[in-house]
Ligand binder design. Structure first.
Ligand SMILES: NC(=O)c1ccc[n+]([C@@H]2O[C@H](COP(=O)([O-])OP(=O)(O)OC[C@H]3O[C@@H](n4cnc5c(N)ncnc54)[C@H](OP(=O)(O)O)[C@@H]3O)[C@@H](O)[C@H]2O)c1
Length: 290
């Protein structure tokens, strides 16, 4: 980490106001006794390039950045070095700024998701997966599931806007073997009743009144329902899945693991277990206020 007085880290996106990353990372900085602060960088689209111009300048106090919606793909244009994973996925959520102001982009969403799946005891190999959505988070999840040696047997994907999921598959397909993926144009064709894992990568569920996108009847007890949303902790999808006896998980641990991996990139070290526990406790405390 930087030796400069008060190194700055932060998250760019729009919106970022409700991000849990500041509380998670500032807790870690305090425990690690580093003079650093993690803050919010809300950016409009026309502010992104100027932000990166300043980031490249000598004397900038910023040494690390997280990227969230809607800029995870756009920032590739401004990065000097891409990790092999970020390059394959075409999405960056973590940027390390070196002392000579070179920017390296990583994707920690994908390993964050996989780490949590592992924690849940879910083995991806040979499984049938259904995915809803085609946004930035879907890119990481679909791409990584197709890249890992323990590939699922089949992945069905559905998105409200067909052109978006087609474009996503076309782009990812240039670098990743998507032969196990079948795009469906009706949510019922996801065959959730036969699936082992259902992942909601859409933002549907963020609001209490949001509809259930899938037929409740198709949720079943040998299914893991993974909703990337963590606020609210129990979306309508999670509640419906619980009622049908499915195993469920929200996105909180994915957020936590991606945050741990981001900080490990910035600090260039493995985080001690007690720091990780404190980061987790900090976001859980924050959510308990909701
Ligand atoms: N847990 C974590 O660490 C983590 C990480 C990343 C994201 N997330 C969460 O994942 C969610 C998606 O993030 P993202 O970055 O992928 O967002 P995004 O790029 O904006 O994509 C949004 C997706 O939601 C779909 N959608 C939105 N409104 C819909 C509706 N009314 N009916 C059907 N589909 C709808 C969109 O479909 P169309 O293409 O049809 O518009 C698109 O597929 C957010 O809630 C975010 O908080 C969690």
């Amino acid at each position: 980490m930087s030796e400069a007085a008060k190194a700055l880290y932060g998250i760019i996106g729009n919106p970022v106001a409700h991000s849990l990353s500041p509380v998670m990372h500032n807790t870690a900085f305090e425990m690690l006794d580093v003079d650093a602060e993690y803050t919010l960088f809300p950016l409009e689209a026309d502010e992104v390039k100027p932000f990166f111009d300043r980031l490249h300048e000598e004397g900038s106090p910023i040494f690390g950045v997280n990227v969230t919606v809607p800029y995870k793909e756009k920032v590739l244009d401004y990065i000097d070095i891409l990790s092999p994973l970020a390059q394959k996925l075409g999405a960056v959520n973590t940027i390390v700024v070196s002392k000579d102001r070179k920017l390296t982009g990583y994707n920690t969403d994908a390993p964050g998701f996989l780490t949590h799946l592992g924690q849940l005891g879910f083995k991806t190999e040979g499984k049938r997966v259904a995915i809803i959505g085609a946004g930035g988070s879907c890119r990481a999840i679909l791409g990584t599931l197709c890249m890992i040696p323990e590939r699922p047997e089949a992945i069905r994907i559905y998105n409200r806007t067909a052109s978006r999921v087609e474009a996503l598959m076309e782009d990812l397909g240039e670098r990743i073997d998507l032969s196990i993926v079948e795009l469906v144009h009706d949510v019922d064709d996801l065959n959730i009743e036969l699936a082992d894992l259902l992942v909601n990568t859409t933002s549907v569920g963020l609001k209490e009144e949001d509809p259930l996108l899938v037929d409740e009847e198709n949720l079943h007890s040998s299914l893991l329902v993974y909703d990337l949303i963590y606020r609210p902790a129990r979306t309508q999808l999670i509640r419906a899945a619980e009622e049908r006896g499915a195993q469920t998980a929200n996105g909180l641990d994915m957020l936590f693991y991606q945050g741990v991996l981001s900080l490990q990139h910035w600090a260039n070290m493995e985080l001690p277990e007690e720091v990780k526990s404190a980061m987790k406790a900090a976001i859980e405390r924050e959510l308990a206020h909701d």
